[in-house]
Design a protein around this ligand. Structure first.
Ligand code: COA
Ligand code: AMP
Length: 637
């Protein structure tokens, strides 16, 4: 479907013809301390490395270099309906805050290459913390606040941080969530112990500090300010890691996705202009959490690298105080572009189906809505288009890629929209759909979506200290390709349709979770003989987990009691973010004759989709037992 208005086809073809030249030109938008000797070195790293030989500093590019030209412009607008706070931080102020905090980190012994775990809520200090690490070449690893102590401990053991930055509490709607007990428990659980913690005391809930280990954030920063100590930007190699972000893998052990400095800056800067169509100085809002990749790329780094004003919103789409919250933020701050997950719009639609609250606000600044993190269902996209009357753009990417793989590039001129498809691959990505044997399938045929190697700048070069796991997880199944683990198809116009995962990952309210990880938790309960967790359709969250358990013989406690214990156990081990609320006791699980649990068929039954009895099934009767158990809980079955 060619478009006469969009430059997309021309730009994509230009990239295809000369990828290194394309990225070399894009790299001119970045201030380098030393330019690259080789734009792409195919012999370096696992599949090649970008901007080899270059030296740079991400904090300098995101903050310092804007001070001369836009020092008085807001870099961050913190809007927190849950605390009744609005705070604007200019680029000049941001430079001072970040340089001071970076000096505090240096006082604590943090140097280039050290890891720093950040376990914090949505407050400006979290952005300062990430940028302060970047400034001194330390590698940050942000852990989402909705994870439990055990998950934090796993990440501490893998990242081995010298220091942890945290806060006394997070605020979830009307609830204050103490973070410090989770931090203390995580450090008690982990084998690796950080040398120190810097703790930001929030007025909503102060916490006790551990003597000899914890330092009060405000005191340390105040002291450094009095002494006028600020850290300079430390030169790092473009290929040095900027951060490690853990994401769900197919087991309970998360994968540490590595992001480097140089390629990341080049790709994000390119995407801000050419994909999102945003100009420096404009107000960009990604309504996510800094604990997720969306937050890393588009609450913190992308907008700041581009000289935009980034909105940092501590609130929800509904309930803080109502379903007009997003419209209020857009209107209060002159937001031009909002990026969020479809689930947020489903939540708003549920509360205010006619979008009556929208009428209270002036959205004249608003140009486009971008949706990602989960499949954008056509109903939600249409509803958003109707009420907002601006382009609504579905785009598809992953923690691993760090920026959109496919989307409708507003900055290059939008292509015709097909509801349900995130449109076309961005320059940097060649998409193919393969069958189980690794052969390309015909258009409109479902298969595994893969990306031809090499991955573009910004995408992960490897997993943190786990090159072999990187190869095994992503590169070994289809040689020459990166396996996205998403299934879908390309249509006759080259539009990609992303329909679901091929592994055990489920997507709950835009949050990526491993059902395998949940099964590990259920199986650890002494009463559980075996279990299976599947994602079932949910009108609000897209999917929610549902666990089936078979109890050991001789368990005389009521199944309801054990089910409640299991729900509590998942919350305790993985965290509230797992949204695990449904454990169902069954007599047996459906399996193939070789003993493989038929999770796919169970999911179809639970979703009310058409299903057939697999030929390899051991005992077909068990499927009707599963249906009965689901119906007893009000699910389709
Ligand atoms: N710290 C502590 N707990 C957290 C948390 C955090 N940072 N984030 C979420 N949680 C908790 C929630 O309070 C909830 O707890 P509960 O079971 O006690 O109610 C649980 O984790 C599940 O959270 P969530 O799945 O987000 O459900 P919700 O009902 O609180 O909110 C939405 C639903 C749709 C409003 C919310 O998910 C949302 O705004 N999503 C869109 C934006 C987004 O963040 N997308 C993610 C990536 S782009
Ligand atoms: P995460 O790594 O948390 O960003 O999750 C990435 C996964 O979310 C992808 O592999 C997809 O399964 C899913 N996803 C993200 N965006 C989209 C989208 N626009 N359409 C369909 N699935 C998506």
């Amino acid at each position: 479907m060619p478009s006469t208005q969009s430059r997309y086809h021309e730009v994509y073809a230009g990239w295809m013809a000369d990828p290194a030249g394309f990225w070399e030109r894009a790299a001119r938008e970045i201030d380098w301390i030393r330019p690259a000797e080789t734009v792409f070195d195919r012999d370096a790293g696992i599949y090649g490395r970008w901007f080899v030989g270059a030296e740079c500093n991400t904090c300098y590019n995101a903050v310092d270099r804007h001070v001369a030209t836009r020092g008085g412009q807001a870099a961050i607008i913190y809007d927190s309906p849950v605390t009744g706070t609005k705070r604007s931080i200019t680029y000049a102020e941001l430079r001072d805050e970040v340089a001071t905090l970076a000096a505090v980190l240096q006082d604590m012994g943090v140097t280039k290459g050290d890891r720093v775990v950040i376990y914090m809520p949505m407050i400006p200090e979290t952005s300062f913390a990430m940028l302060a690490c970047a400034r001194i070449g330390a590698i940050h690893s942000v852990v989402f606040g909705g994870f439990a102590a055990k998950e934090l401990a796993t990440r501490i053991d893998d990242a081995k941080p010298k220091v942890i930055l945290s806060a006394s509490c997070g605020i979830e709607g009307a609830r204050v969530i103490p973070y410090k007990p989770l931090l203390d428990e995580a450090i008690a659980l982990s084998s690796f112990k950080p040398e120190a913690c810097l703790v930001f005391q929030r007025p909503q809930l102060a916490c006790a500090l551990v003597e000899g280990r914890d330092r009060d954030w405000a005191d340390a920063v105040a002291e450094a300010k009095v002494e006028d100590r600020r850290a300079e930007c430390v030169p790092v190699a473009a290929t040095d890691p900027l951060y490690v972000l853990y994401t769900s893998g197919t087991t309970g052990i998360p994968k540490g996705v590595v992001r480097d400095n140089g390629g990341h800056m080049v790709a994000l800067k390119w995407s801000m202009e050419h994909f999102f169509g945003v100009k420096p100085g404009e107000v960009f809002w990604a309504a996510s959490d800094v604990g997720w990749v969306v937050g890393h790329s588009y609450i913190v780094y992308g907008p700041l690298l581009h000289g935009c004003t980034a909105v940092l919103y501590e609130g929800k789409p509904v309930g803080t105080p109502d379903a007009g919250a997003y419209w209020r933020v857009i209107s209060d701050h002159g937001v031009v572009t909002l990026f969020t997950a479809p689930t947020a719009f489903r939540a708003i639609k549920k509360e205010d189906p006619k979008a009556e609250l929208l009428r209270k606000y002036d959205l004249s600044s608003f140009r486009a809505l971008f949706l990602a993190g989960e499949r954008a269902d056509p109903d939600t996209v249409k509803w958003a288009e109707d009420i907002l009357q601006v382009p609504v753009i579905d785009h598809w990417w992953q923690t691993e890629t760090g920026w959109p793989v496919a989307g409708n590039p507003l900055g290059l001129g939008a292509l015709p929209v097909k509801h349900g498809s995130p449109t076309v691959p961005m320059p940097g990505y060649v998409l193919e759909v393969l069958d189980e044997g690794g052969k390309p399938v015909a258009p409109n045929t479902m298969g595994a979506i893969v990306i031809k190697l090499p991955l573009p700048p910004g995408a992960l070069p490897t997993l943190w200290q786990a090159d072999e796991r990187f190869r095994e997880s992503y590169l070994s199944v289809y040689p020459g390709y990166y396996n996205t683990s998403d299934a879908g198809y390309l249509d006759e116009d080259g539009y990609i349709w992303v329909m679901g995962r091929t592994d055990d990952i489920i997507n709950v309210a835009g949050h990526r979770l491993s059902t395998g990880g949940m099964e590990e938790v259920l199986a650890s309960h002494p009463a559980v003989a075996e279990c299976a967790v599947i994602g079932v359709k949910d009108a609000l969250k897209g999917e929610v987990p549902c666990g089936f358990v078979v109890l050991k013989s001789g368990i005389d406690r009521p199944p309801e009691t054990i089910e409640a214990e299991l729900v509590a156990l998942v919350r305790d081990r993985i965290g509230p973010v797992a949204a695990f609320k449904l454990a169902i006791t069954v007599a047996r699980l459906p399996k193939t004759r070789s003993g493989k649990i038929l999770r796919g068929t169970m999911k179809k039954i639970a979703d009310g989709d058409t299903w057939s009895t697999p030929a390899t099934i051991d005992d077909p009767m068990i499927l009707s037992e599963i249906g009965d158990a689901l119906r007893a809980r009000g699910l389709p079955g």
